[in-house]
Design a binder for this molecule. Structure first.
Ligand code: FAD
Length: 454
């Protein structure tokens, strides 16, 4: 990716690109599969006729309760490092583990990578700098932003002391390109629903998809679901938290405002600019709610959509803003914090305030403004207290509630993801539990992979 590519080329490439999915998706050596030839018309075939599945494993009602019978699961894959969740943390973890030499499988419930950064339309990257100004969240996340710079309209506001804003589609493309290039095996449309246990050790995870309920076995699992779905299922201790849940949207035609828009103060709800001219992203705080309660999530989704639409109608009645339109609402609800791990170590607000240092530092965080000292993140916040062969990364790491607005920021998530990926690969290769990895070795590899550790 040495040349800048235009937005049109990017969209064409994304449309034609065959992301490496499933067993045949990644060639030996890690190259992505070639584009499939595009048929000129509709084609279809009957794969099997008169199919009827066995109901022997269907849940039944026993004494008024729904009971799931015991059943054997087919094996979807077997790997060294299994990363569940393809957000900023999970993608960084998968690429890092693969670059460290492990076989890696990355599983994501939606159809793209990036999590809240792309699907949640959270486009502005904050929390990566300290006084100087100096950027302290580096490594794979920084590489993503460098690649975005080469795409016309991929990223704006890059540079010392600035908070860059990305284009979600360009970032989805960059992420899939980097994942395929690294040789990570990918399963999309695949929802992690359980942990596979042997005593206190995680041996893999169970997934639901259109292919049914299947298992993936692994030497080490990285829970990058943001909500700790895997560590919760594995019996690791966690804190269940409520937090603000919003829904982000994008509005367009802001470059086509009428002359009346120049008069008076701009109306509320205009959001902030994006790399696409005339398009703004509009953040939403939302009420504090439980992001693990599906009835609550459904209510919020409906209320937020109504609110966004009403806000748009109001905006359109403002003189000069008649042509503004709603480009999209985020495909992913803006759930900020739900479960956080109770780890071997827990980062405190005091650690951040005083810029604490740790011998097992694996990532460094900063602030939205280029002021303050860097604060260090110890390896222990990724490691559960008891469960083995498991690490976590991203917004669900072990950190006090008061630190939530620092640790959940995108650069911190991609930095902890990077670290979890390297540590998982080292554990798998050295045949030791993640809690016993040689941290200096992890730190050396992280530095080689251009992470900043102070
Ligand atoms: C409304 C809002 C505004 C924000 N504003 C900013 C901001 O301005 N700047 C900033 O830096 N940060 C901001 N943040 C925080 C930041 O966006 C997130 O904390 C960060 O992106 C989280 O990254 P992650 O990889 O840990 O989790 P996520 O991005 O949530 O990624 C988790 C991934 O795992 C997948 N997944 C989840 N469960 C499963 C499962 N069971 N099986 C398979 N896949 C699963 C998800 O689909 C997702 O892709 C904001 C957050 C919100 C919600």
């Amino acid at each position: 990716m040495n040349q800048r590519i235009s937005r049109r080329d990017l969209l064409r490439t994304v449309g034609a690109s065959s992301l490496a999915t499933g067993f045949s998706g990644v060639l030996a050596g890690g190259a992505a599969v070639a584009d499939e030839p595009q048929p000129s018309g509709f084609t279809g075939s009957v794969l099997k006729a008169n199919v009827a599945q066995s109901t022997a494993t269907c849940p039944t009602i026993v004494n008024g309760e729904v009971i799931q019978p015991q059943r054997k699961l087919s094996l979807l894959d077997q790997t060294d490092v299994l990363v569940v969740g393809g957000g900023s943390a999970g993608v960084a973890a998968a690429i890092a583990a693969r670059r460290t030499g492990a076989q890696v499988t990355l599983v994501e419930r939606y159809n793209h990578f990036g999590g809240l950064w792309t699907g949640g339309l959270v486009l502005v990257v904050i929390g990566h700098m300290v006084k100087g100004p100096k950027q302290v969240c580096m490594g794979i996340g920084e590489e993503m932003m460098r690649r975005l710079e080469k795409i016309d309209g991929g990223i704006m506001n890059r540079g010392p002391g600035k908070n860059p804003t990305v284009d979600a589609e360009a970032l989805k493309f960059v992420m899939l390109d980097m994942v395929a290039e690294a040789g990570v095996k990918v399963f999309l449309h695949c929802w992690g629903v359980d942990a596979i246990m042997e005593g206190d050790a995680v041996r893999g995870a169970v997934f639901e998809s259109k292919s049914g309920r299947q298992a993936i076995l692994a030497k080490v699992v990285v829970d990058a679901t943001g909500d700790g779905d895997v560590f919760a299922a594995a019996g690791a201790e966690f804190e269940h938290r409520t937090y603000n849940i919003g829904l982000v949207s994008r509005i367009g035609n802001l470059d086509k405002l009428g002359p009346a828009a120049k008069e008076g103060r701009p109306p509320r709800g205009l959001g902030a600019s994006t790399p696409i001219p005339g398009v703004n992203w509009v953040n939403m705080l939302g009420p504090e709610r439980d992001g693990l309660d599906v009835a609550e999530l459904s209510r919020l989704e409906m209320n937020h959509r109504r609110q966004i639409w009403k806000q748009l109608e109001k905006l359109r009645k403002t003189p000069g803003y008649e042509r503004v339109y709603l480009l999209e609402t985020a495909p992913q609800l803006g759930v900020r914090i739900t479960r956080t791990l109770v780890g071997v170590k827990t980062l405190t607000h005091e650690d951040i305030r005083t810029g604490a240092r740790f011998p097992d530092v694996i990532a460094v965080g900063g602030f939205t403004e280029p002021k303050g000292e860097e604060w260090h993140i110890p390896y222990g916040v990724l490691v559960p207290r008891k469960v083995e062969q498991l690490l976590t990364a991203g917004r669900c790491i072990s950190a006090a509630l008061k630190t939530a607005d620092n640790i959940r920021l995108i650069p911190v998530c991609f930095a902890t993801g990077h670290a979890a990926g390297v540590a998982a690969a080292v554990a798998a290769q050295d045949g030791c539990p993640p809690r016993a990895v040689e941290v200096p070795k992890v730190q050396r590899i992280l530095r080689e992979q251009e992470a900043y550790l102070g």
